[in-house]
Design a protein around this ligand. Structure first.
Ligand code: GDP
Ligand code: IMO
Ligand code: MG
Length: 425
């Protein structure tokens, strides 16, 4: 990957967030998807909000892979995705309205369904907890919990002949356990309409992946969230309930990480976080406000404002190591224009001693002190630049510092939200 550009990628390529989500995975996947024969989502549910802006319009995708705009690619929703049908059918109709066919979509029959009781339990749990996680309220945690407990309904149940009986039985149990006062008849009626819309898109994803591998086709894996929201490696309990790193690909598609030729880590040119949980490099005051406003740092799924911070290279170094990144994509570089001094967090100190990242430990991250390197800013509008050497000198230095510390080449720099507003390095 050192000499090649991402524009001519081939083989298997994974897009992995190296942060706390919302790095621009939707737009990167859309930008790369022209070469994909298969585009596959492997984790998360409708907590995800992947924004894509291209010639068809602007879309917020939650369940459908962002490769859907390439009509030649088979688009898979893997078995470890928590499938929210409320969201899926809305996305289908938004695409249809824009004239985008989704006939190439396939949802794995073994994926878990997110049901109304999961959303209710998500909301209730958050309301009752004193230390809130700040979930998206999309029922994703409870749906994965039921899968782990082996009691959740699957997509294949939706298309089975006794779906109504299964819902009825589950509603009885949920009402008993959680006192939710659910009405089985109402839910069955709603899900019967979903079943009609979705049934032709249900199937087995793994044979498609196997065949594509055999034929050496190009497979693009799209992660949701970011590595530091990983249930195991992230800042527990302020995490999501799936694996946004390469491990998540194996959980959906039975593929060993060594079979993935190119793992591309994606981050904004600064760090953001939405929901609760520590963030060592958080910026408050005027500069923070400016980045939120210029970057429009408002969550795609929940509309909550995201906290912003200086780019945390300690996190990126850890994500690069654990996911064997071959390249980095840096988005929203345009947002940093007109900030006179930029900072990069190059290490952490804990009790005045240097420390590496420790996973699964939010308390650790709340105590570390960031060590910064300062870089000068730039004032030139960079949004129409398409070549690295045309960037202002300080913007080039900023990117080179990222490469120097992360020890991963930056191969994609975006300077605007739309398809093609990109520098391939
Ligand atoms: P994802 O969840 O990783 O797909 O990211 P989101 O879509 O939730 O958030 C990224 C936001 O940044 C979206 O609103 C994008 O339209 C926007 N965006 C992506 N890349 C760029 C860029 O290079 N410049 C600017 N200004 N906005 C961008
Ligand atoms: P994309 O794919 C940003 C965060 C929530 C919360 C925590 C747990 O768009 O990058 P959950 O609903 O998953 O139980 O919430 O995880 N979170 C995200 N933050 N982007 C996402 O997805 C996220 N998905 C979950 O804000 O802090
Ligand atoms: Mg998002």
């Amino acid at each position: 990957m050192a000499k090649k550009t991402l524009q001519s990628w081939q083989g298997t390529l994974a897009v992995i967030g190296v942060d706390w989500g919302d790095s621009g995975k939707g737009r990167l996947t859309d930008d790369l998807s022209a070469r994909a024969d298969v585009a596959a989502r492997f984790n998360g549910g409708s907590n995800t909000g992947h924004t894509v802006e291209n010639q068809y319009g602007k879309f917020a995708l939650h369940i459908i892979p962002s490769g859907i705009f390439n009509q030649k690619a088979t688009c898979l929703v893997g078995r470890n995705v928590a499938v929210d049908l409320d969201s899926l059918v809305l996305e289908m109709s938004a695409l249809a309205k824009a004239g985008v066919s989704y006939k190439n979509l396939l949802v794995d029959e073994q994926a878990s369904l997110v049901m109304p009781w999961h959303k209710m339990r998500d909301g209730l749990r958050e309301k009752l907890r004193s230390a809130k996680i700040g979930t998206t309220g999309r029922g994703v945690g409870p749906a994965y919990a039921d899968r782990t407990e082996r009691v959740g309904l699957l997509v294949r149940d939706l298309v089975s002949s006794d779906f109504a009986r299964k819902i009825k039985e589950e509603v009885k149990i949920q009402n008993k356990f959680y006192d939710l006062k659910l009405n089985a008849k109402v839910i069955i009626k709603q899900y019967q309409t979903y079943r009609i819309k979705v049934k032709d898109f249900v199937g087995k994803s793994i044979p498609i992946i196997r065949q594509a591998q055999k034929e050496k086709k190009n497979i693009l894996f799209e992660g949701a969230q970011g590595y530091f929201l990983d249930i195991d490696a992230g800042t527990y309990p302020y995490v999501t309930s799936s694996n946004p790193g390469v491990v998540g690909i194996a959980r959906s598609f039975d593929i060993h990480p060594s079979e993935i030729n190119n793992v591309v880590g994606i981050t904004k040119a600064y760090t953001t976080r939405v929901g609760e949980g520590p963030m060592p490099t958080k910026i408050s005051g005027e500069v923070g406000r400016k980045i939120i406003d210029v970057g429009n740092e408002v969550g795609t799924t929940t509309g909550r404002e995201r906290a912003v911070g200086w780019l945390d290279l300690v996190l990126i170094m850890e994500a690069a190591r654990a996911n064997k990144l071959k390249a980095l994509a840096v988005t929203k570089l345009d947002v940093l224009t007109n900030i006179s001094k930029l900072k990069l967090c190059i290490s952490y100190k804990l009790n005045r001693k240097s420390t590496d990242y420790i996973g699964h430990d939010a308390e650790f991250l709340s105590k570390v002190k960031p060590v910064y390197e300062e870089v000068g800013g730039w004032t030139q509008d960079i949004s129409s630049i398409r070549s690295f050497t045309d960037l202002p000198k300080n913007a080039q230095v900023y990117i080179k510092k990222i490469e120097e510390f992360a020890k991963v080449p930056v191969k994609f720099i975006s300077v605007g939200p739309k398809r093609g507003e990109v520098i391939y390095k």
